[in-house]
Every structure is written in C-alpha cells, then in structure tokens.
Design a protein around this ligand. Structure first.
Ligand code: BES
Ligand code: ZN
Length: 466
C-alpha cells in the first residue's frame, strides 16, 4: 500500500506531543479523505525501528528451526534473551509432542525392472529391510484384500479412497512385509501416515508414472521381487516451547482486566530458513514488545512466540489449553503475525476463522485507515495460530500478505526476499491497533466476544492426507 505524505508531514507537527482523550490533528485539505493520524498512533510508530526487525529475521533465518530440534532450542533462547533485554519477565512454556525424524536412507529395488525408481517416504514410515514378491492390491480396501494372502509379499497399492495409513494397516493385516503406494495424479507423492502405529510395515511412495509402469510389468505375468529398505527414521516424544513475555498494566489500580495476545510462530518447516514464515512475525513480535515496554497501558499485553505451528498449531493449542476459563474470558484479542514481510507477496490482508470481522480486524482496519487511508480486506481462513484462539471464542486474526510469495516453505524463503517497507507497514498498523485498545483513555470499539467455532481439518491443514 502506498502511504500518503500525511504521515511524514504529521511526524514533525506532532513533536509538541499533544495529549488528550480525543487528541487528533486537523486534516490538511489535500488529504481530506484520510483519517487524521492520532497522537497515540504517533507514540507507537515513532518508536518502531524496522532495522531491529530486519536484523532479527536475518539472525533467526540462518538455519531452519524445526520444532523439537536443537535449532528451535537456540531460537527459543535467543527470543527469550531479546525479551529480557527489553526488561520483560519471560516464561518458556515447554510441551511435548510425538515427533518423527524422516529416514536418512531409503531404497526400493524391483528385480527385472529397468526403469528408475525415486521413492519418497511417508511421515511415520517405519524402518525395515524387507524383500518379497510384488502383489497388486488395488486401492488396498478391506474388501479388495479379502481372500488375498499377502504373507511375506510387497503390496503395490494405488492412492485414493482410503488414507495412506489405512492402506498400510490393511496390507499388514494380510501379512504383507512392505507396501508401495503410487500416486493417482501427476507429481510426487509426499504424504503422511498421520501418526505412529506399531502395526505399520515399511512403506514407500512412488509417482503415478512409476507405479503404473511397475503394474504393467506385473500384469504381463512376470513374477517380480521387490525390496524396501528404510533406515534412520525415528518416531518418539519430543519437546517444543512457547516463549511468553508479559507486560503488566502500568497502574494496577486503574487497569482493565483485559489481556491482548500478540503472537507468531518461531518454528519453520525442514529445509526452509523460514525468513518470512515466520521469522518475520517473530521479529515483529519482539519489536512490538520493545516498543510497548514503556508505553502506559491499562491492559495486560502478552507477547508470545509459539513452537510447532508447522506440525499442526501445537504450541498455540497448548497455550490456549493452559489458560484458565477466567484468562480466556479476559483475553479480548489475538493478533497473529505469520508471514508479514515478503517482498514478493501481495497486499496485507487479515484472515479470521469464521470470515467475520471482530475486534482485531476492526481495530486494524481503523488504524490502517488512519495511517494509510486504506483498509486491509478480511477473508476466511485457518492454517495458523489464530485458530485455537478463535475456537476458544477469542477475537483473533491472521496478518498475512496475499497472494503468498512463491518461496513459501522452500529453501528460498530467505532474508534476501524480505521487504523492510512491508515490515514497517504491518508493524505500524498492528502497533497502532494494539495501542488503541490498550492505552488508558482508549476510544476503540468495545470488546466483542466471537461465537465459538470449530475448525474443520481442511481449515487447519492444506495438504490432502489421503
Ligand atoms: N504461514 C503458514 C500458513 C499460510 C500460508 C497461510 C500461506 C496462508 C497462506 C503456516 O505456517 C503453515 O504452513 N500452515 C500449514 C498448516 C498447519 C496447521 C500445519 C499449512 O498451511 O499447510
Ligand atoms: Zn507460518
């Protein structure tokens, strides 16, 4: 979004620091359509230093930060130290989850097959070294397998109808030593078995083309022997952490009971430095914490970075589950900063779980209107840490740019793709929105509770697990 000259002009006009309940400045005639920037907005935006955000993104995105790994631990320590250096009491909230380390080696060979096979593993595929006769088992449904003896065989199964896990378990039940599942659409098959199960047998995935070629050879009447080797995969309990810095109301006797949560996720997917997803939101959470440290507020503000978002919003679910009923009812807003600085993404938008406006979107549209004369669009969507808050009835919104950059979840999601201009804009809008609600003599909309909605699995996960 383009900023009108107004903001710059006001920056100098505001130096006298007017203060008052509804302290606004007269609108210059030529920018009449833009809401005047309030003195209060200026108190926030003059403190924002985008270089801090950029430097912290640079630092955090040196490596991927996969939940439960040493690099996540390092990021957690760093975030805690940053919060503490601004003077915050900071809590590290650990939680466990059942994790999976993918195999370090996997091999699939089929005797008498000349073509090249490039198998991939499923998340939760188990280790093993098995050899057996290749048997075609269709879609791997219980009906299809009835009467089939797969003892010691490698079952070749097509994707579709059942989950990958159900196919593997059905074949294992019939005695299969291993399973190959091939795609029913073009492209690689990168799937998950959903969770660990002791009854799994080693399972690998092939493309449609590879699977159909094997099937054609098998159907020609040849008896084929297949071997599957999977090594180094590891399933087990792991620990991830949330980091929470709390700003108590400035004057306890004059405070509201309200809590605002400003959050982001510090973990990334494997193989991606996660500069935009979501070192950008993490670094912005840190900077907003620094900015708000000495601003007088009558509302408690919690600055949180969540772990294991990429594994299913685990950290934010853990955080919301850890709240008492009283804390939930006092939490009036969750600002979720996830992917807020890509040079190659579109305009700032907000996602709410039910697609409706709420306190967070109203405050942010108002601040954006005052600062830039434009209001970000509100769309319906899940896929990030605002979901557990919305499900608990807390007004929540995701701040993101749309359309998404092509580097999302790739090794190219790096510092070179980050725009300081985008970071500055989001930090100003969100910072001004928070202050409108949290400052003493606020004029913002009254908090409204949103009805509880439950996210359907499609709204949380993008990927198809079948
Ligand atoms: N930041 C993304 C979510 C996102 C990406 C929202 C692009 C809108 C546009 C988040 O970190 C993510 O990748 N979420 C997962 C789902 C999660 C429940 C594992 C996703 O969208 O696949
Ligand atoms: Zn993200």
């Amino acid at each position: 979004m383009k900023k009108p000259i107004l903001t710059v002009a006001l920056a100098s006009t505001l130096a006298f620091g007017a203060f008052g309940a509804q302290a606004t400045l007269a609108k210059p005639a030529e920018v009449n359509q833009v809401q005047p920037v309030k003195v209060f907005d200026h108190k926030v935006i003059e403190k924002i230093n985008v270089e801090n955000i950029y430097k912290n993104i640079d630092y955090l995105s040196q490596t991927p930060r996969v939940a439960g790994t040493e690099s996540e631990d390092n990021a957690v320590q760093y975030i805690k130290e940053q919060f503490e250096s601004y003077g915050y009491e900071t809590e590290i909230q650990p939680f466990t989850f059942y994790g999976y380390t993918p195999p370090s080696n996997m091999e699939l060979t089929v005797d008498d097959y000349d073509g090249e096979l490039q198998p991939s593993s499923f998340t939760y595929s188990v280790n093993g070294d098995v050899t057996g006769e290749l048997a075609y088992a269709g879609l791997g449904t219980a009906e299809e397998l009835e009467g089939m003896d797969l003892t010691g065989k490698i079952a070749l199964i097509k994707r579709g109808e059942l989950s990958f896990a159900e196919k593997v378990l059905n074949a294992a039940e019939k005695g299969a030593a291993g399973v190959i599942i091939f795609n029913n659409a073009d492209g690689a098959l990168n799937g998950t078995l959903g969770s660990h199960n002791d009854d799994y047998v080693p399972a690998l995935a092939l493309s449609k083309e590879e699977g159909e070629a094997l099937l054609a050879l098998h159907n020609s009447g040849e008896t084929l022997t297949a071997s599957i080797k999977i090594e180094g995969a590891e399933a087990g309990e792991k620990v991830s952490h949330n980091v929470i810095a709390t700003k108590q109301p400035t004057n306890k006797t004059k405070s509201t009971d309200e809590i605002i949560v400003v959050g982001s996720h510090h973990d990334s997917v494997a193989g991606a430095p996660g500069a935009n997803d979501d070192a950008s939101g993490t670094a912005m959470t840190l900077e907003l914490a620094r900015v708000f440290k000495d601003l007088p507020t009558d509302t408690e503000i919690r600055f949180a970075t969540f772990g294991a978002e990429e594994l299913g919003l685990l950290g934010s679910y853990h955080y919301v589950d850890s709240l008492s009923e009283d804390e939930i009812s006092r939490t009036v807003a969750n600002f979720n900063l996830d992917m807020v600085g890509s040079r190659d993404a579109g305009d700032l938008v907000m996602w709410t779980l039910d697609g409706q406006e709420n306190l967070v979107t109203e405050l942010s549209q108002a601040s954006s209107e005052r600062l830039n004369g434009e209001q970000p669009q509100v769309y319906q969507g899940g896929r990030s840490d605002h979901v557990p808050f919305a499900e608990a009835g807390i007004p929540a919104a995701l701040f993101i740019h749309s359309p998404t950059e092509p580097w999302y979840h790739s090794p190219d999601d790096s510092i070179g793709k980050i725009s300081k201009e985008k970071l500055q804009e989001v930090a100003e809008i969100v910072g001004a929105a928070i202050y409108e609600q949290a400052r003493f003599d606020r004029m913002g909309p009254k908090p409204k509770k949103t009805p509880k909605v439950k996210a359907s699995p499609e709204m949380i996960h993008e990927q198809d697990v079948k």
